[in-house]
Design a protein around this ligand. Structure first.
Ligand code: ME8
Length: 517
């Protein structure tokens, strides 16, 4: 069992498509959590990657007239570039065509074969290629895939089967004993009723095409792409590699699998049953977030304002992009996103509140204190000072609580309480008036110190969502690289801003955006 390891994953994305708002959303959410946990000194392992096998990918390659491997090799850099652009701090990037993965998949199925969990049978049913999912006749809706509504194809094959049906009771007992395993609650209920309705054995192989990992005991069968893909979570940390046994024990089980609600059954039913069969521990939590919806909004290709991550990053900058999706969409629920609301959030929260606080304060520090952090105030604190300090004092715990629930919105709101209070404080204390004559000097310095200290602490808690601007704020405060923080609670203690630190004004962090820009 792991003790100090914090292992978080995203789904591995299909390479039939390039990164889009949805895949970026999951990845950013996992990234913000990984960054926060690193700031707490935890030994984080953050994994993302690509799902490169299966009929869907083979078809995309065929349409493009290239081999499946060439197709994957052409798409993989698009994901790497996108994650780089979005500031994703993943520790590994697994591709299911890699040798380490194939070896692990084969070791896994060999074990289940040896232990009697597999048998050869005959499959007849319907297959949805876009979803890579098997359906029975009665599950179809008007002959179409019940989840995506697209055409399915009839398959009649001799396949290998996994005895999934034997795991129903164990799964139900597990959900019961581990209420945090599937989150949020609504998804848990969905999973429980699905399992209660009875599980069928699962076909784990295909013979009608070859783009996959061959079953080691039946080389003319390739592994069904979904169960090939699920295994990435263990092959990436060394499953099936004797040289990686210690690493595997240290990393597995994962603390979190982040997934969209579309793939919950694979992660909360099939995957845990596979792990149970292999005698491996289960991930601590599978968290399913909702969908980003853009319907009804004025985004369309014809209008030229379609939201692709690259276009939005170009317009708003990477930190604002990350902030918007984490702040505006409640993690776990569906959420509408639009350019309009993004502009509003940007101008309101980032340009007006946060950016403005930093720039006016850094300006005043230059103007009234020779661009140097004054001494921490020694005299009696006023009510306003106490309030500011109290809000900063509550922040670490409020933030931690929210992140424990993966409520990114609430976590950022807690940081915003401090940002807003710091703005109010400056308004109320009006350093520009205090600077008018020498009698206001001590108070002026106290006010500047307190406000700068609030900014330092706020930047700390903005960092998981907005790593670049937080790093920049700390740099402008003359502090060390914010990324080197490994004890966020200690760093957040009031009064750690050193007197004499040199403050630089710099450019506006979030220049205002106008709708027609
Ligand atoms: O399902 N809103 O890959 P995939 C929010 N390869 N998130 C969205 C979204 C939307 N509109 N659209 C997609 C696969 N996503 C499999 C996974 S894992 C072992 C194998 C996100 O490329 C969301 O996380 O279709 C969803 O689960 C994932 O993209 C699906 O990515």
């Amino acid at each position: 069992m792991t003790t100090d390891s914090f292992y978080v994953t995203t789904p591995i994305y299909y390479v039939n498509s390039v990164p889009h708002l949805g895949t970026a959303y999951t990845t950013i959410a996992a990234d913000a959590l990984a960054r926060y946990r690193r700031m707490r000194g935890e030994d984080v392992f953050f994994l993302t990657g690509l799902d490169e096998h299966g009929q869907k990918v083979a078809q995309a390659a065929e349409e493009a007239g290239v081999s499946p491997q060439n197709w994957c090799d052409g798409i993989a850099p698009r994901f790497l570039e996108a994650w780089d652009m979005l500031g994703i701090s993943n520790d590994d990037f697994i591709r299911t065509t890699e040798e380490r993965h194939k070896r692990g998949v084969q070791a896994f199925w060999q074990k289940l074969h040896d232990d009697g969990f597999l048998y050869q049978g005959h499959y007849e049913g319907w297959y949805c290629v876009p979803d890579e999912t098997y359906w029975t006749e009665d599950q179809l809706e008007d002959g179409k895939c019940p989840t995506c509504g697209r055409d399915t194809e009839f398959i009649r094959e001799d396949n290998w089967f996994f005895k999934l049906s034997e795991f129903g009771d164990r799964l139900l007992a597990y959900y019961d004993e581990n209420p945090g395993f599937v989150q949020p609650e609504t998804r848990r209920n969905e999973v429980v009723s699905f399992v209660e309705s009875g599980l069928r054995d699962l076909s784990i192989s295909r013979t009608n095409f070859s783009w996959g990992v061959p079953l080691p005991f039946a080389e003319n069968h390739v592994t069904y792409v979904w169960i090939d893909a699920l295994l990435n979570y263990i092959t990436a940390v060394g499953y099936g590699d004797p040289d990686m046994a210690a690493e595997f024990d240290r990393r597995w089980p994962a603390q979190y699998h982040f997934v969209g609600k579309d793939i919950i059954r694979f992660h909360c039913v099939i995957w845990p049953a596979m792990l149970m069969a292999a005698g491996l521990p289960l991930p601590v939590t599978v968290f399913a977030h909702g969908f980003l919806l853009t319907k009804g909004e004025k985004m369309s290709k014809s209008k030229g304002n379609v939201m692709s991550p690259a276009e939005l990053v170009e317009r708003f900058g990477v930190d604002a992009y990350r902030y918007y999706f984490l702040r505006d969409v409640r993690f776990g629920e569906d959420g509408s996103v639009s350019l309009e609301s993004m502009v509003q959030r940007y101008n309101g929260d980032l340009a007006n509140d946060w950016g403005n606080l930093c720039s006016r304060l850094f300006n005043m520090t230059e103007k009234y204190a020779d661009a140097v952090v004054p001494a921490p105030p020694g005299g009696v604190a006023t009510d306003a000072d106490e309030t500011l300090r109290a809000i900063a004092g509550f922040l670490p715990e409020k933030y931690a609580d929210a992140m424990e629930r993966l409520d990114y919105g609430a976590a950022l709101e807690a940081a915003w309480d401090l940002i807003k209070e710091a703005n109010r404080y400056i308004e109320q204390e009006a350093p520009w008036n205090l600077a008018k004559d020498e009698s206001g000097r001590d108070r002026l310095e106290a006010v500047l110190y307190n406000a700068l200290e609030a900014v330092r602490i706020a930047a700390l808690f903005c960092a998981p969502a907005m790593p670049n601007t937080s790093a920049e704020v700390w740099k402008r405060l003359g502090l060390e690289d914010i990324q080197s923080v490994t004890d966020v609670a200690e760093s957040a203690e009031w009064g750690r801003l050193p007197q004499g630190s040199r403050v630089t004004k710099g450019e506006s962090l979030f220049p205002r955006i106008y709708e027609d820009q």
